[in-house]
Design a protein around this ligand. Structure first.
Ligand SMILES: Nc1ncnc2c1ncn2[C@@H]1O[C@H](COP(=O)(O)OP(=O)(O)OP(=O)(O)O)[C@@H](O)[C@H]1O
Ligand SMILES: [Mg+2]
Length: 258
């Protein structure tokens, strides 16, 4: 596993071609400005981390990329197209965006299988292919023992695996993961890291991850940025970032080891 993670960092397939460009993004709730004139770029096939203290605005940024939050100023450019005014369903279908929300993300009264099928029915036309895809995901995410359990009875980690699996039902080009490691046991974290890395390696998808398990995040991203007080205060490779004084001050704290 660690070998795979190490190896993918030196691969040369990563392109310098922006897939997501956020320009001067300003997010305001009522009279509270959360994010101010924020600029960030995620390159094609890059795994990019977004770190920042609670309430910094990470989920809000993801919501604005998907179109759930309307910026009060600024632009969201996806794959070179100004998507600021494109509705959510169209952004997800046209740009191949999949999003795993920080909370929820499954229908509580549907079983694991039914949750996956609900998504598959939207995206996969051929019936046999649907069943095949779902069975593969159930195996991949080790959900066999809970396949017929309603999602309201799943443990926190099992729900996390289900919602990540749901995001992978359709062919994805951009994967947005809001706290994917929350509630996961160490082996499940490794499993999700491995899946993220192999998606980048074999399907060239672009991934952005926000999570407070900083070491788990840093060990599977190419680059990461630190959001603090509405701005990106530091960015770089994991090795650069953990030495960056602004990143230490705003997020990691003294003595953080990676
Ligand atoms: N719909 C909303 N209406 C009003 N305030 C909101 C709304 N959504 C988020 N906020 C506020 O915006 C700020 C940023 O929230 P957000 O969820 O984006 O932070 P975060 O960086 O994802 O935090 P965490 O690490 O805890 O998940 C918080 O102060 C939150 O209370
Ligand atoms: Mg959040």
């Amino acid at each position: 596993m660690s070998l795979l993670i190490k190896k993918f960092r030196i691969k040369s397939f990563k392109e310098e071609r922006p897939i997501i460009e956020i320009k001067d993004l300003t997010i305001t709730y009522g009279n509270r400005q959360i994010v101010e004139k924020l600029n960030l770029t995620i390159q094609k096939s890059e795994i990019c981390g977004l770190l920042g203290p609670n309430g910094a605005g990470k989920s809000s940024i993801y919501h604005s990329i998907i179109g759930l939050v309307k910026p009060s100023f600024g632009k969201i450019i996806i794959n070179g197209i100004d998507a600021t005014h494109i509705p959510t369903y169209k952004r997800c279908s046209e740009f191949g965006i999949s999003w795993v929300p920080q909370y929820g993300g499954s229908w509580s009264d549907l079983t694991v299988y039914e949750n996956l099928m609900a998504i598959a029915e939207l995206h996969i036309k051929i019936k046999d292919e649907r069943a095949q895809k779902i069975n593969n995901l159930i195996r991949k995410f080790e959900l066999q023992n809970v396949v017929n359990l309603k999602s309201k009875f799943l443990s926190g980690g099992q729900i996390r695996k289900l919602t990540i699996a749901m995001a992978m039902v359709k062919d994805t080009k951009i994967l947005i993961l809001d706290e994917p490691f929350a509630a996961l046991d160490p082996q499940s974290v490794r499993m999700i890291q491995q899946i993220i890395v192999s998606l980048q390696m074999f399907e060239r998808i672009s991934v952005t991850i926000s999570d407070h398990s900083s070491r788990d995040l840093l060990s599977c991203v190419d680059n990461a940025m630190i959001l603090s007080e509405g701005k990106i205060v530091a960015k770089g490779s994991p090795q650069e970032l953990v030495k960056n004084t602004k990143a230490i001050e705003a997020y990691f704290g003294e003595g953080f080891k990676f």
